[in-house]
Design a protein. Structure first.
Length: 133
């Protein structure tokens, strides 16, 4: 009986090594798939750069060079106008937010208010540009 177990040990070690290699392969494959999914998800949820959007429009609408230049200028002007409007309205927006906070504080218990602030802080990065106010 002793002899049989000695003979089984090298064979068992080979199978354990093969099993270990298979597990490592599966873990690596799974990690690769998860990383690829995360990359594609992040890419899909990231807003396109303005230059990318212009290129897409130019391609899809078959814009000539003059049209493309004019479209870029229109979007550039619009962006500047919107930024100016945001800057101009920012004090009023902040006043409204402060009033909202004061009203909520009157309704919520101190522990609820604290939890609300934490939840709001956690959600801010998800709101995208302008969300960190």
């Amino acid at each position: 009986m002793m002899r049989a177990s000695k003979m089984d040990t090298p064979s068992r070690n080979k199978w354990q090594a093969r099993g270990f290699a298979v597990v490592i392969f599966i873990l690596g494959f799974t990690a690769g798939i998860l990383a690829l999914n995360a990359y594609h998800w992040a890419r899909a949820h990231r807003p396109a750069a303005p230059s990318d959007r212009i290129e897409q429009l130019a391609t899809r609408l078959q814009l000539n060079a003059d049209q493309k230049t004019k479209v870029q200028q229109i979007f550039g002007d619009t962006q500047q106008q919107l930024q100016a409007l945001r800057k101009e309205s920012e004090p009023r927006v902040n006043d409204i937010r402060q009033q909202t906070d004061q009203r909520l504080q009157q309704v919520l218990a101190p522990d609820q208010w604290q939890k609300f602030q934490q939840l709001r802080d956690e959600m801010r990065p998800r709101r995208g540009p302008g969300g960190n106010r």
